[in-house]
Design a protein around this ligand. Sequence first.
Ligand SMILES: [Zn+2]
Length: 478
Amino acid sequence: MASRYVRVLAPWIVSLALVRAVDARQGAVERADPAVTRADIEACVRALAADELKGRATGTPECVRAGEHLAQALKRAGVAPAGDDGGYLQKVPFARVEYRSAPKLVAWTGAETKHERVQGIDFTFAGGVAGKRSRLRVKLVTKAEEMPAAPDEELALFLDGSQRERQEWLGEGRGAGYGMLITPGTKTPGKEADSRAPRSRDLPGEMARSSTARIQANGELLAGLRDGTIEALRLELESDYTELPAFNVIGKLAGVGTAERPELAQEAIVFSAHYDHIGLDARAAEGADRIRNGADDDASGCAAVLELAEAFAAGPPPARTLIFFFATGEEIGLVGTHHYINYPVVPLERTAANLNFEMIGRPDELIGGAGKLWLTGFELSNLGPRFRELGLAIESDQRPDQNFFQRSDNYAFAIKGVVAQTLSSYNLHRDYHQVSDEPATLDYAHMESCVRAALEAARALADGRIDPAWAPGKNPKR
Ligand SMILES: [Zn+2]
């Protein structure tokens, strides 16, 4: 609802106003230090992981403030904005739905014969909100040709097919614009009536655009929908649908190519880290620390990307175009990065690589300790071997069982075919996702060495010494 949206956004507007006031007082914005130093790295980590930002959960005003801090830092570095409307922020759809009643379903078997259907027995509620129309005509779909030409909010679409078929039939729209979506549940009715309101839930990214109610039909209801005796349905459900603020932060340095290869200017390298974290620990004891600061995860990676941005912005223009990308919503399913991929600054076909940074705050003894990073999916592309040839302290991932290649924002790029890997030194420490992931636990000397190595790797990507490519047969594109 609009009023709640404004309430959620209000602290963010205040913080923006303060930032602008400070800028105006100081006149010209103070220029960032282009050198990679532990002091700069620590300052970035301490700002993002400060208790005041309450663990930067996506959708909170504190997370927006963290993003605004990074936007200001990019501005001070002299990196051009590449978000929406000439700014650094790219809005990412994000919403929350809260339910105030248990869902009830009324079914019509003829023009006037109504039957109330019971949650838990006849149907299972699977999300979304009830539409404005009270009585929805049932439309049975068993193959693609039976799909309506366009979404219709007067229709309750009964998709009688496998999960894969249903996804194909709905396509990109995912059911947005229909009154309700029904899928087959179990053939037998459920055991117990369920009169509870559904739990509130977050709708990230594209899901926030389609709030169409979804139910699974069981038993008699399922049979009646299949044989056509149930002609119309009405879902009764009270809910609040609230849009929440979420933004990626994006800066850009335009490439100029080289004398031999002017076309490099058209290609981009995306340097990324996520700035969201998982917020407050609701299970913490009364009076205890409940702020999950996310210093290592992933304020540390953000500090690295910011140092790269400052270093490149202070030097000559790069050959390839460089994108500095701070993602939101990583912790809730790479939401910000999936959004970026749909609305990239440089088209993905011309995005040569994504080098992502995750948890570089502590040394990992498995790769030789301080000053060393490892690259996820080392053997999947030529990046790791090329970094090695350049003599950089970047090793292979020693814990393939942990599946780190798939556990960060790089993966969203990789499944689109972009060479995309993550640099990390996460040593499986116990502070991961805990209130104890504090700035004081990080090793800033280690980080300084790592960021220097990463900057050399980044320069080789930026100037065209490395042409990123998947190893033969290893492109994870889906
Ligand atoms: Zn992370």
